[in-house]
Ligand binder design. Structure first.
Ligand code: ATP
Ligand code: MG
Ligand code: MG
Ligand code: MG
Length: 463
C-alpha cells in the first residue's frame, strides 16, 4: 500500500485503493451499525481524516474499540468520497495496526479543553493540540517566507555570532557566557572575575546581530541574519522572551525611506503567505482565537501603512482625552499603552513611527541635522505593539565617534566597527523583526509564550 499524508488524503484527487495513513487518534465513535469512526491527524494539516473501521477487522473488539485520544496507528484501506458534509474523503479500513497506546487515565490531552496557561506545563505535548499544531505550521510558513522574501530581493543570508563581546543595544540585558569551572576555582580559593570569563575575555549571548551584519552589508550590499537572540529581560510580559528569534536585514546604500518600504513590503509578504498557504490554520485563528483576523490581515496587505514622526505622535498623545498611566513628554520612550492607543484607536492599523529623540535610541542610529532626533523607525501593530525596530545607521566617522563617547563606549573595543566608517563608508540601514511578535500578530495569540515551542522566560528553561 501507498503511504500518504492526511493532508493529501483529504483531497479528492487521492481517492483510490491501497492507501496507508500513519498518525494519531483524535476521536473515536462507535456506531450501532457495526463499525467505528476514528479521526486521525498526522500534523500535516489542521484537519483530520475520518477512518471507517468495520467490525470485520480482526482486532475490532480487542483494539479498535479501545482506541483513545493520542494512540498512534497505521491504517490501510480504500480512500473513498465521503457522504458526510465537511470532508471530501474517508478511508475505509481493511487493516488497522496500533503502534502505541495512550492510557486515557494518565494522558493529559483528553477531550476536556485546557487553558493555554495549563498547556505550558506540557510544552512537549501541546503541539498535539489543534491550536499549537496550527501555531507551529504558521510559524514554519513565516520562517520560509522570510527566506524567500529576502532571496527574491537580493539579500544574502549571513550568520552572525551567538557569543559576542558587544552590547549592541546598550540596554544591559545580556546573559554572560562562562568557560570557567567555577566550582573548581572556588575550591582553589582564588578570586573569580566574572567580567572576564570566556577564556579570560568578557563575552555574552548576542542581543542582536546588527553590528556584525553591518560588516557584511558594507561588503555584500544586502544581507540578512535570522537566528536566536537572547535578552535577560527579568520581567513577565506577554511580548518578551529571554530567547527569541530575530530577522535582521541590513542594506548598503539604503536610507530611512528605503528601509521603511522594505519593512512594509516584507510584512505584507509574510501575512499574505499565511493567508495563501495556511488557509485552514488561519480559519481556525479567525474563528477561535481572534475574531476577524483574516479580514484584518487582508486590510493590512491592501492598504499602505500609516506613517508618523515621534514628535507628531507625542502631540497626538498629549491632545487626546484618553487617560494614560504614564504621562507623555517629548524625550521619553513610548509605553505599550501609548503604542496601543496610536495603532488601535488613532490609525486603526500598522503604524511606522520615525525620528525618535537621539537620547532614547542607541549610538549607531543616524543623527539628524539639528542633532535632536535620529533616523529610527519602529513598526507598531494593533494588539502586539512594536514588531520591528530599525534605523538608518550613522555612517559619518566623526559623528559616530562623538555618539560613542557620549554613550561611554570604548573606541578600542569597537575599533572593528569603526573601521566600517574609516574605510569606504556608505549610507546604510536595516531593522530587526522579532519572529514571535510576527507570529503573534498573524495568529492573534495573546501571549508570546504560546508562539514559540519551548519558551524561555525568567526561571523557565527546564525543557
Ligand atoms: P521592546 O520595546 O518591545 O522591549 P525593543 O525595542 O527592546 O523591544 P529591539 O531592540 O528594537 O527591541 O529589537 C527588535 C525587535 O526584536 C523588536 O521590535 C521585537 O520585535 C523583538 N524583540 C525585542 N525584544 C524581544 C524579546 N525580549 N522577546 C521577543 N521579541 C523581542
Ligand atoms: Mg526591550
Ligand atoms: Mg522598543
Ligand atoms: Mg526597538
Amino acid at each position: 500500500s501507498h503511504w500518504i499524508s492526511v493532508d493529501k488524503a483529504r483531497s479528492e484527487s487521492s481517492i483510490g485503493p491501497d492507501i496507508e495513513i500513519r498518525g494519531w487518534v483524535r476521536t473515536r465513535r462507535d456506531s450501532k451499525g457495526g463499525f467505528s469512526f476514528v479521526e486521525i491527524n498526522d500534523g500535516s494539516c489542521f484537519g483530520n481524516l475520518q477512518i471507517v473501521a468495520p467490525a470485520e477487522l480482526a482486532n475490532y473488539a480487542d483494539e479498535v474499540q479501545k482506541l483513545s485520544v493520542g494512540c498512534s496507528v497505521v491504517v490501510t484501506g480504500e480512500l473513498k468520497e465521503s457522504p458526510a458534509s465537511g470532508q471530501a474523503t474517508e478511508l475505509h479500513a481493511t487493516a488497522l495496526r496500533v503502534l502505541g497506546w495512550a492510557d486515557p487515565e494518565t494522558y493529559p490531552l483528553q477531550k476536556k479543553r485546557h487553558t493555554f496557561e495549563k498547556l505550558r506545563e506540557w510544552a512537549h505535548l501541546r503541539p498535539r493540540t489543534n491550536t499549537f499544531g496550527a501555531v507551529a505550521r504558521v510559524r514554519n510558513q513565516i520562517s520560509q517566507s522570510i527566506h524567500q522574501f529576502f532571496h527574491e530581493n537580493g539579500f544574502f543570508y549571513t550568520h552572525t555570532p551567538i557569543i559576542t563581546a558587544s552590547d549592541c543595544e546598550g540596554a544591559g540585558e545580556m546573559f554572560r557566557v562562562t568557560s570557567l569551572d567555577l566550582e573548581m576555582l572556588a575550591k582553589k580559593g582564588g578570586p573569580v572575575n566574572y567580567e572576564y570569563d570566556f577564556f579570560e575575555k568578557p563575552a555574552h549571548l548576542t542581543v542582536s546581530g546588527q553590528l556584525n551584519g553591518e560588516a557584511y552589508a558594507t561588503a555584500l550590499g544586502r544581507i540578512y541574519t535570522f537566528g536566536p537572540t537572547f535578552r535577560a529581560e527579568n520581567s513577565n510580559t506577554s511580548r518578551h522572551l529571554a530567547e527569541f528569534w530575530m530577522v535582521e536585514p541590513e542594506a548598503a546604500f539604503f536610507d530611512l525611506a528605503d528601509n521603511m518600504k522594505l519593512a512594509e513590503d516584507f510584512l505584507k509578504r509574510i501575512f499574505s503567505d499565511c493567508l495563501n498557504h495556511c488557509g485552514e490554520d488561519m480559519q481556525f485563528f479567525d474563528q477561535r482565537i481572534e475574531k476577524g483576523k483574516i479580514e484584518q490581515l487582508t486590510a493590512v496587505i491592501d492598504k499602505p501603512f500609516s506613517h508618523m514622526t515621534y514628535t507628531e505622535a507625542v502631540d497626538v498623545l498629549k491632545s487626546t482625552t484618553e487617560k494614560f498611566e504614564f504621562p507623555v513628554e517629548w524625550g521619553t520612550d513610548l509605553q505599550a499603552e501609548h503604542e496601543r492607543f496610536l495603532t488601535e484607536k488613532h490609525v486603526g492599523g500598522p503604524l511606522i513611527l520615525t525620528d525618535y529623540p537621539s537620547t532614547i535610541k542607541p549610538f549607531y542610529m543616524r543623527v539628524s541635522d539639528d542633532g535632536k532626533t535620529v533616523a529610527a523607525m519602529d513598526v507598531l501593530v494593533p494588539g502586539v505593539g512594536e514588531i520591528i525596530g530599525g534605523s538608518q545607521r550613522e555612517e559619518r566617522l566623526d559623528v559616530l565617534l562623538s555618539r560613542m563617547s557620549e554613550a561611554g563606549l570604548s573606541e578600542e573595543e569597537y575599533s572593528w566597527y569603526i573601521d566600517l566608517r574609516r574605510y569606504g563608508t556608505v549610507p546604510h540601514a536595516g531593522f530587526g523583526l522579532g519572529l514571535e511578535r510576527a507570529v503573534q500578530y498573524a495568529t492573534g495569540m495573546a501571549n508570546i509564550r504560546d508562539v514559540i515551542p519551548f519558551p524561555r522566560t525568567p526561571g523557565n528553561a527546564d525543557f
